[in-house]
Design a protein around this ligand. Structure first.
Ligand code: PEP
Ligand code: MN
Length: 340
């Protein structure tokens, strides 16, 4: 067991807890002082987690093998907000990220970026390093695509987010992107998590499609532990026996993350469903469930898209969805919390 102490705990708090443990016949040692003070219990604790949690100064009691304490909330109201250009992620207004799956063409991208901005998107997405399931599929334009993305974002007044797949791509992306995306397939690429966690850019971390909530928060913990506090989480669908959608959107993770973690949680209805017709319904459900934002794929001509056309909205459909998201968010936040 690990005892995570309350923020600002002093040496005296730690000593008092260690001596309370000794009095109860337990052995503990301080294993971290910063950024949080952590005491590890040696051996099995016959006392209940409740007893340990009630020791003065203890904030959380977590199993030693699952110590994601940096990703956990300090208090009910603890929430990370992240400034991206002039937008704040994690505040009341939901963040809308939109754009094509992949950067394909400078002119099309510039036009779609302007239309997304007019519709109220806050960030422009576009992959230039595409982790495709088949090596024969379009792999992204690489550095040329990065420059197109950066320019389209600049012209439209939208900060940009793009995916990195390894350390080399991270070095290149760092020069152009405002936010770095780590995709579902790399959620447990620990070397990549460490590099991106040691870097200066906010991170958009997508849930692996077979990852539990615990594994998801542990992946975030890698980023936080390296010193990067600006982590956004994104549910993008998991593998189930579903034969009606590409993945299964696990919306139930949204309120659970909001309950446990201070990190903003997004939902990507595009990869979750794989179907244009389902995207708006799932995006609205995500907002209703308390998501801090959505990431939606939009393409000016989905039938010609080199990647993920069937799940991409046309700009006009996105405009309508963005309006509905704003209305829903206002209704959601105006109602207050239901009593549980
Ligand atoms: C993407 O956002 O383009 C992407 C590849 O998503 P995921 O990692 O969720 O499959
Ligand atoms: Mn895609």
């Amino acid at each position: 067991m690990l005892l995570i102490l309350q923020p600002g705990s002093t040496d005296q708090t730690g000593t008092a807890i260690l001596s309370a443990l000794r009095d109860a016949g337990l052995n503990g040692e301080t294993v971290a002082r910063k950024p949080r003070r952590v005491i590890r219990l040696r051996g099995a604790a016959p006392h209940s987690a409740e007893w340990l949690r009630n020791l003065p100064g203890v904030l959380h009691v977590v199993p030693a093998e699952r110590p994601f304490h940096l990703a956990l909330k300090d208090s009910e109201r603890h929430k990370t907000t992240i400034r991206v250009a002039d937008h704040t992620v994690g505040a009341a207004e939901p963040t809308i990220i939109a754009g094509p799956c992949a950067v394909e063409d400078a002119q099309d991208l510039a036009a779609v970026a302007l239309s997304l901005k007019r519709s109220g998107a806050h960030l422009l997405r576009g992959g230039v390093y595409k982790p495709r399931s088949s090596p024969y599929d379009f792999q992204g334009l690489g550095p040329d695509g990065l420059r197109m993305l950066a320019e389209a974002g600049r012209n439209a007044g939208l900060p940009v987010v793009t995916e990195v797949v390894d350390e080399r791509s991270f070095d290149e992306v760092g020069e152009y992107a405002h936010v770095v995306q780590i995709g579902a397939r790399n959620m447990q690429n620990y070397a990549l998590l460490k590099s991106v966690g040691a870097g200066p850019l906010p991170v958009f971390l997508k849930r692996g499609f077979a990852a539990t909530l615990e594994e998801f928060l542990l992946a975030a913990e890698y980023l936080l532990e390296q010193g990067n506090p600006n982590v956004m989480l994104c549910e993008r669908g998991i593998r189930t026996f579903s034969d009606h959608s590409r993945f299964t959107l696990d919306l139930s993770i949204v309120p659970r993350v909001q309950e446990l973690s201070h990190l903003p949680i997004f939902v990507d209805p595009s990869h979750a469903s794989g179907r244009r017709r389902s995207v708006a319904a799932l995006a609205k459900a995500a907002i209703a469930a308390g998501a801090d934002g959505v990431m939606v794929e939009v393409h000016p001509n989905p039938d010609q898209a080199l990647c993920d056309g069937p799940q991409s909205l046309r700009p006009a459909a996105f405009e309508l969805l963005a309006d509905q998201i704003r209305l829903l968010a206002a209704a959601r936040d105006g109602q207050g919390e239901a009593v549980t």
